[in-house]
Design a protein around this ligand. Structure first.
Ligand SMILES: [Zn+2]
Length: 476
């Protein structure tokens, strides 16, 4: 199958480039995975949905994609959690690995072809560290091993920083173990009671950065096309991966570095340490997996996304709207072939054009939603039939509208009512009030229509008018 031309924004060159695979027709992708010490939050969910989007688009474009995503199952945070919960690190890691896998399955994120674990990569990690010591790029210090950063000339190439600035800019207290404050740990000497593996430098465990370098070496023989992760991993994690892998092999670790934007809450990154989290499980329980997919799909993968209840509720309503479109499209599919409405002409090829231009799912989704608005306005079978052509792309690329429309609409409704603690009768009453309001507005009785809205508001119901119709929610 011939492949489409793809453009990709590369963090290293800071340019959009034409994707040139190392092996024609094949793309090897590595995405940094979760550290399994707690439930995965929606911010990390965005990172994995961005990887999912890229893999799906590349497959749509005809490439054979080999996708690896790791589990960091040994780490300081896991050890701390195990101590706090009086469990072993293995028990903590295995529990949260299962929880993560469940989240990924619920979100229908594409399954990686390789899912390496740090604890299963120890021999390769040790081998790599030995190689770095031999090349004078690493040194042993009291059972720890550190990377000698000032020996790697390109350090800072990915984050576009200068080593000199990093050294003056860091406020890390002097560490007697290290030759230089910017040096980072490849291997950590184990304290009593901590999980450890035997090594030439004594019992210990690997640092975080080296595991990804070792996995890419094992799985892809250091010949990676795309390395992915959230923007927050550029420095130091990915910078350190480059120093480790390229320092050792003297080959480029990845042709392209693709980084996804953060999810922000009030302009702050969503993170465990900031305490502004919503877990993926809680989100799905309250709003459904498709709402999360659509929320992210409407924003460019590289842009920051402001996480707000308004944005979630808008996406939730849009999911229903897409199912209504699907219902209409299926009902119209048997209608007689007519000339395609000009506004919907070449819809699919315009969607694909956006997707293949640096994975611009946001633009593609904008086209789909705009076309839906035209269909609602015209409400003619040939329009719906034409719109129906993008249904397979909605499923294939965005993982949306897979369910039967009637079933999905009723399930979504029940979930929403349960969340708002509203009975079916009450919800019917609100819907009929809104229909009444709509007809008052059509009769240009605006004062009466406004009164209906005000009455609902005094009962704690918020009415939201948008370009895609009116929805309501319970005030919080
Ligand atoms: Zn990594």
């Amino acid at each position: 199958m011939p492949q489409e031309m793809i453009k990709v924004y590369d963090t290293l060159s800071a340019k959009k480039e034409v994707l040139m695979p190392r092996v024609p027709g094949q793309i090897k992708i590595y995405g940094c995975g979760p550290t399994v010490y707690g439930y995965t939050h929606v911010g990390n969910g965005r990172t994995f949905l961005t990887q999912d989007l890229v893999v799906r688009i590349l497959r749509l474009a005809g490439y054979q994609v080999l996708y690896a995503r790791n589990y960091t199952d040994i780490d300081d945070k896991i050890i701390l959690k195990a101590e706090a919960e009086k469990k072993t690190s293995e028990a903590v890691a295995s529990f949260y690995t299962k929880a993560f896998d469940q989240n990924m399955a619920d979100l229908e994120i594409v399954k990686p072809d390789y899912s390496p674990r740090a604890t299963e990569t120890i021999p390769s990690i040790i081998q790599m560290i030995e190689g770095l010591i031999k090349k004078n790029l690493a040194y042993v210090s009291n059972g720890d091993v550190y990377y000698r950063v000032d020996k790697f000339a390109r350090y800072g190439c990915l984050s576009h920083r200068k080593l000199k600035d990093m050294m003056t800019g860091t406020r890390i207290e002097a560490d007697e173990q290290k030759e230089n404050v910017v040096d980072f740990a490849l291997w950590k000497n184990a304290k009593p009671g901590e999980p450890s593996w035997k090594s030439p430098w004594g019992s210990g465990r690997p640092g975080w950065h080296i595991e990804c370098s070792a996995m890419i070496h094992d799985i892809f023989d250091d010949a990676l096309d795309i390395h992915m992760g959230g923007l927050d991993l550029i420095f130091p994690h990915h910078e350190n991966e480059i120093a480790q892998s390229e320092g050792l092999t003297e080959k480029k670790l990845a042709t392209y570095w693709v980084h996804g934007g953060m999810l922000e809450v009030g302009k702050e990154k969503m993170s465990k340490s900031l305490g502004n989290l919503m877990t993926i499980s809680d989100f799905i329980k309250d709003y459904g997996a498709e709402t999360m997919r659509l929320l992210f799909a409407q924003n460019h993968y590289r842009s920051p996304l402001e996480f707000s209840s308004e944005a979630i509720l808008r996406s939730e309503a849009l999911v229903d709207r897409l199912y209504l479109c699907k219902k209409k499209a299926l009902e119209s599919s048997a209608s007689a072939p007519t000339k395609l409405p000009a506004e919907l002409e070449a819809l699919n090829s315009r969607i694909k054009e956006s997707l293949f231009d640096d994975f611009n799912g946001a633009k593609a989704m904008g086209l789909i939603l705009a076309a839906a608005r035209v269909c609602f306005r015209e409400n003619k079978p040939e329009f719906w039939k034409a719109w129906g052509d993008c249904l397979s792309l909605l499923d294939e690329v965005f993982g949306l509208t897979k369910r039967d429309p009637d079933q999905a609409l009723s399930e979504n409704r029940n979930r929403r009512l349960a969340r708002m603690k509203i009975s079916a009768e009450e919800s019917q009453r609100i819907d009929s009030k809104l229909l009444e309001r709509l007809s008052l507005r059509e009769q240009k009785k605006f004062a009466e229509a406004d009164q209906v809205r005000k009455d609902l508001e005094t009962q704690g119901i918020v009415v939201m008018d948008g370009p895609d119709g009116t929805t309501w929610t319970v005030a919080v």
